[in-house]
Design a protein around this ligand. Sequence first.
Ligand SMILES: *Cc1c(COP(=O)(O)O)cnc(C)c1O
Length: 434
Amino acid sequence: MKYYSTNGKAAQATLEEAVVKGLASDKGLFMPEKIKALPKEFFDNIENLSFQEIAYKVADAFFGEDVDADSLKKIVYDTLSFDVPAVKVEDNIYSLELFHGPTLAFKDVGARFMSRLLGYFIKKEGAGEVNVLVATSGDTGSAVANGFLGVDGIKVFVLYPKGKVSPIQECQFTTLGKNITAVEVDGTFDDCQALVKNAFMDADLNAKFKLTSANSINVARFLPQAFYYFYAYAQMKKAEPGKDVVVCVPSGNFGNITAGLFGKRMGLPIKRFIASNNSNDIFYNYLLSGKYEPRPSVATLANAMDVGDPSNFARVMDLYGKNVEAVRKDISGARYSDEQIADAIRNCLKSTGYQLDPHGACGYQALKEGLKTGEVGVFLETAHPAKFKEKVEAITGSEIAIPERLQAFMRGTKQSVELSKQFADFKDFLMKNA
Ligand SMILES: *Cc1c(COP(=O)(O)O)cnc(C)c1O
């Protein structure tokens, strides 16, 4: 399968090139040239299949032309070694718990899949080592570091701002060792991102090393997120037969929801989507006015959604031919302030006993307000509430137990390299250590 750029000025790429490069040479995002519909029999029988079986079918439609069947099956089964159950919160509202992976957030799925696909290409092509550079304000770094941990031929450098990441987040990527190096930058998240961008553009580094990114612009990270939309549908078909399924996605960079839109194009009978924003409501405003007006992000309780210029917006535009009317047919919007997020967490816990995290709270609340008769809603619970323990406990007044997996990270020993925010220092470091 070939991949084209949303900017339309770069040559088409193979899957391998798209995965290794991340971004097209004209700075556009890669899109698969075709989105294959899955047969009716698959959907008729989907409730009888396991998560891994469903995911393999979907993966085959995306990647089956480029990866042999046995390898692809192994990659899928190895990625999805944990369940993503749809848990009933109240009548007609379900939480799709995407937080049962290694770092307790949905990004584990894409990060693990990407690491294994990249590992496959490295082995098959006998190509040299690949260096993954990732800047993080918290969650992306832990998912990528854990996803790539121990994969042959790949080194990962996680850059994070010193003192600006919570201790729970920090321990998830600084205690791993092996092929993972944590780089503690004396600066802000933006400084970290600038260092990574400069490295990708640096001629000396590119002459010496293969460098790639692992954020949601990478097709190998964002497409696998489609898997759990199919599985959510399968679970709803069983639990709430005959109802129209609505999926609500707490959104920041819009990689997660875009994977769901791909699912719908493949024939998945999801009636409609809701994109839920925090106060960074750029997409919400786009749906209202038809105008896309990015602006600097503001800090909120749901900080993984603090995005002022969603990177996957270009993919949504590409899917819908830049037609806002067409977008509105499939997606409606919602927006919640920190106060409303806190209210949702408090009210949901009180009336149902279900503990939301601040991101899932945006999803829950939008379903609560937006479901129509005959519909059943599933919101994506994108992270475990214990990842935001202090904030959530301050809202509800009740304690959140820390899962054993998270406690294990917290017992580990922190290892990191301290660097200034000067590119010369980072370059020198990579020259010696990549
Ligand atoms: C990354 C993230 C999001 C936003 O996902 P996008 O694909 O960027 O829209 C939502 N919730 C959590 C917990 C996240 O880590």
